[in-house]
Design a protein around this ligand. Sequence first.
Ligand code: SF4
Ligand code: SF4
Ligand code: SF4
Length: 459
Amino acid sequence: MQLSSCWGCHQSLLNANLNLLPILPALDIVYWPAVVDFKHGSLEEREDGSIVVGFLEGVARTKQDTENAKLMRKKCKIIVAIGACSCYGSVVGLANLFDKDELIKRKFMETESITDEKPKEPTKHVPGIEDYIVNIKDIIEVDVFIPGCPPTTENIIAAISYLLTLVSEGPKSLDKNKSVCENCNLFKEGCFLDDGKLCYGAITAGGCELMCPNQGDYCYGCYRATNKPGEKVNQLKSIAYGIEELTDEIGASLQHFLDVYLGSSNITNFYFRGDLIQRLAYEPDSFKVKEIETENGPKLILDVTPTGTEVSDDLVGLALFLLKNDPKFKFSSKTVCSHCDRDYVDKVPTDLKRDYVGLPNTETCFLEQGYICLGPVTQAGCGTICPNKANAPCLGCYGPPVGVKDQGAKFISTLGALCADKDPSEILKSIIDPAGLFNRFTLADSTLGHRFHDKMEKE
Ligand code: SF4
Ligand code: SF4
Ligand code: SF4
């Protein structure tokens, strides 16, 4: 579904050309006006929830966009926000710095390219314009975010391929009515659990032919959840609920278990809220906490139901709860800088200048040459295209990395630290449009003040 946008994300997907062939046979495309002649009515007529995955490109600039986003939410099980527009509001979100009347006047009456003698706002055959850019995730619930302006073709294909694994039936040998323990040579004696070590075979589906425990390693659950946990699940529970202190070894075990048992997506530039490890990193406070009774007394766990089997869900909830409060829990989210080939010493800028002044060299960090580059506060995934392939600073289109709530505010604080010895008034002279420079893609999602926030505050 295309909302108001430039078609760049569609274009990026279509750039895959023949690389689409391996995934197309697995897809049954039911609506894609940019490519196939499906009518809007055919989407409306579909049963609610009957589409597995829906991709949304663009922002809700018009009332029709808002309705279309809601329609997609109704029809699709998983909603993917694709591109900086649908993730953060993108450049269009900068409109929130103005009143709607000012925007309409500028666009339809004042723009230099208008040739009509009496220009006016069009009122016929156009959808009404929304007063503000409200982020898509604040209009409907979004499950997956793939930012970028546009996301690279590789990012999109990787995301679709991953989503296909979620609906795949798994290996032929998979038997969800059995557990790994049933084929384990250690079952009768000398099992890891007897030594108080975490092995997750009892809550993992059977059919595995590799059998890590038979090779001397713990089962971390890559066959995913069984519907019938094995009898050793009580031993596993007793060890897990007895954890008093999260040592490095136990923390690593829990995190590895969650990664493989839940099938962590582990794709750069792809935030899937259903991936509980990712959600723990991006939105740790979005979980509810609940108390359960265990043989070790009442325990707090996160209230999640990824498997539909209570005992397994509770063990996952416990692992998440313990990791949430563990300062060593790390979710790797790299920045554009970490993939940049340019040389740098300390990134301290010389004289700051606007990006059209002079010609940057192709070897040294842009910041050290005095050009604003948002690489330090932008999540990796694009391949660092702008600094390394286009001799242009990063503008930040992939949005903030994990742990950074506001990309622009973070950059201002970074720049302040880097320029600690400089005169602030001199710096400000070279920053004519701070919102457009630091929050070019993220203003609508920013914590900074803008018209929509003003309205919310008043209400
Ligand atoms: S818990 Fe692990 S080691 Fe013990 S029987 Fe099950 S798979 Fe084997
Ligand atoms: S040029 Fe930009 S992306 Fe590269 S190291 Fe410098 S700040 Fe980071
Ligand atoms: S370098 Fe920055 S602006 Fe360029 S594509 Fe990557 S994230 Fe976007």
